[in-house]
Design a protein around this ligand. Structure first.
Ligand code: HEC
Length: 118
């Protein structure tokens, strides 16, 4: 059996939680897609100190050693998931951001929205 029993039960828990969430939020939106705009707001608040978060005009006061979000987005094989991973596992000297999982998804979606933008 390829799946571990624990991941199956986590999956079940998640499905149950989604049903409950969908029921309580039904009129708003059952399953929110990542919100690129909200992600950009988080980035402009928490990430600008180190990263160039916008393609234009760039906030050019940051260290040249730190990859710009657009550079990150354009890395070969980069996906929302790999960006999420890079945010969830804090990168020194970046402090743990204490973002919610939803905020991380939004920021990752924002970063990937910069891909190949010229
Ligand atoms: C204190 C400075 C600092 C802050 C604030 C910061 N970062 Fe970073 N970040 C870095 C540095 C330095 C690296 C490069 C780390 C490395 O090379 O391992 C990096 C790398 C990354 C990477 C991986 C890039 C890659 O593919 O190599 C991602 C994704 C990222 N940051 C996202 C974010 C997001 C999103 C925020 C805001 C929530 C943020 N960072 C805030 C310093 C910072």
């Amino acid at each position: 059996m390829p799946l571990m029993p624990s991941s199956r039960s986590i999956c079940l828990m998640f499905a149950t939680a989604s049903v409950i969430a969908a029921a309580s939020l039904a009129p708003v939106a059952a399953q929110m897609p990542p919100n690129v705009k909200a992600g950009r707001q988080v980035a402009e608040k928490l990430c600008v100190g180190c990263h160039i978060v916008m393609p234009d005009p760039p906030n050019s006061t940051v260290s040249a050693d730190i990859p710009a979000f657009q550079t990150i987005a354009n890395r070969p094989g980069q996906t929302v998931d790999t960006v999420v991973g890079a945010i969830l596992i804090p990168h020194p000297p970046m402090p743990n951001t204490n973002l919610s999982r939803e905020e991380v998804n939004n920021v990752a979606a924002y970063i990937m929205s910069l891909k190949n933008r010229r």
